[in-house]
Design a binder for this molecule. Structure first.
Ligand SMILES: Cc1ncc(COP(=O)(O)O)c(C=O)c1O
Length: 402
């Protein structure tokens, strides 16, 4: 390595992260990328040869390993093989892609849908294709990184409003010159906090100021609404979101991202969004698995009932013990610890007793608000949840969190 590269800005960034990783490893506090050797039924995992209760899964309805979904994926491999011929408009579009997009449009009560290879790519490409220089994007302070990156990439004026604060949003809408196109963007359920955006108020503001509304349903698809259709169903609002974005990697046990919207919008994205034009199509097995998963959600509504019961048991139980679970009402349950060290210590204690939880620390959350980001699924049994709470409770007392 030459002299300049040993102590320049790049090397200092690289070294800062490496020093932190080494310090955490030396103190048995490193929980990054822990290899899971087996997934057992959604609620349990095998880690380092030990079976643990899984409280870090995004598979909220416990559909990972569902026989119908697995069979659909296998049939697609038998029919199409494991890959596509590349990007969609060259030779990459298969029947399974079109079927999946029709299914998503139907599920979301939208005219049409488009899919991409990940949720991250979806937000990046959709925001930056719809919005551009001279436009305004107003984004909730706690929105997912992929939305922030999409806003920055678009070149539009990027403004953040205070988290779920509709008065602040209105203030920022008032500041936009009336001749400028504006988009308001928010997560439906916030990925670190589990709280739900105030959609009714947001819709009214967007109507009043003529702004487009885009909502990311990564953590609300299959979770909110009586039939799992998401946040519009939760609030009984009908078709009020212009750009309904979601991922196929959480409740839907596959990979990919989608947007459902009016036909004209989808046609525009199909011809103008770079992640569609310049990136390969979803593998057929993943498209077929996702397609089947939407059907399973509608055919087997008991997974949603079960998730709701489990969520209540988990949140109420933790609150009764004295934990601060912030404003969550959903399957994402933050267990506030304070310092990063306390979050690491709680994680270590829980994992030593076979409860697989993971910490979220700064910079992913503000300093002093480190937490366990526990998740609950429809696959957990009530006595398993009771055990996990007992373990977290005893560890919380030992560390001085409660
Ligand atoms: C709110 C939100 N949006 C988008 C994404 C990105 O989705 P994917 O993992 O499918 O790329 C995530 C993933 O964690 C998310 O939490």
């Amino acid at each position: 390595m030459d002299l300049k590269k040993t102590d320049d800005a790049v090397m200092r960034r690289v070294k800062a992260i490496n020093d932190r990783v080494n310090m955490l490893k030396e103190n048995d506090l490193y929980f990054y990328n822990q290899p899971v050797t087996e997934l057992r039924g959604g609620a349990r995992v095998l880690v380092d040869g030990r079976e643990m209760g899984m409280y870090a899964s995004y598979g909220y309805l416990g559909l990972l390993g569902h026989p119908r979904i697995g069979a659909a994926a296998k049939a697609a491999i038998d029919k199409y093989g494991t890959g596509t011929h590349g990007v969609r408009m060259l030779a990459g579009t298969l029947n399974v892609h079109n079927e999946l997009e029709e299914t998503i449009a139907g599920f979301k009560h939208a005219e049409a849908a488009i899919t991409y290879s990940s949720g991250y790519a979806t937000n990046l490409t959709v925001v930056s294709t719809l919005m551009g220089r001279g436009d305004f994007v107003l984004s909730d302070k706690l929105n997912h990184a992929s939305i922030v990156d999409g806003c920055l990439m678009s070149g539009a004026e990027f403004r953040r409003f205070r988290h779920n604060d509709m008065a602040d949003l209105e203030k920022r809408l008032e500041q936009v010159p009336p001749d400028r196109s504006t988009m308001v963007i928010a997560d439906a359920v916030f990925s670190m906090d589990g709280d739900i955006i105030d959609l009714p108020a947001m819709v009214k503001l967007c109507q009043k100021y003529g702004a487009w509304l885009m909502i990311d349903e990564a953590h609300s698809l299959g979770v909110l609404g009586k039939t799992g259709r998401g946040i519009e169903e939760h609030f009984g609002l009908g078709d009020v979101i212009d750009i309904k974005m979601g991922t196929l990697s959480k409740t839907i046990p596959s990979v990919g991202g989608y947007v459902a919207a009016k036909k004209e919008i989808i046609t525009y994205l199909r011809h103008a969004s770079r992640a569609y034009i310049f990136s390969a199509a979803l593998p057929p097995a993943q498209a077929a698995a996702a397609n089947e998963a939407f059907k399973v959600i509608l055919d087997e509504p008991w997974h949603i009932d079960r998730l709701n019961q489990n969520t209540k048991q988990f949140i109420n139980g933790l609150k009764d013990m004295g934990f601060d679970t912030m404003l969550t009402e959903t399957a994402i349950v933050p267990v506030l610890c304070g310092s990063d060290e306390r979050a690491f210590a709680l994680t270590r204690e829980a994992q030593h007793r076979d409860v697989f939880v993971l910490p979220v620390v700064s910079p992913a959350v503000p300093d002093g608000l480190a937490r366990l980001r526990a998740t609950i699924t429809a696959a957990h049994e009530s006595d398993e949840i009771a055990y996990a709470m007992e373990v977290i409770g005893e560890a919380g007392k030992k560390i001085g969190i409660i």
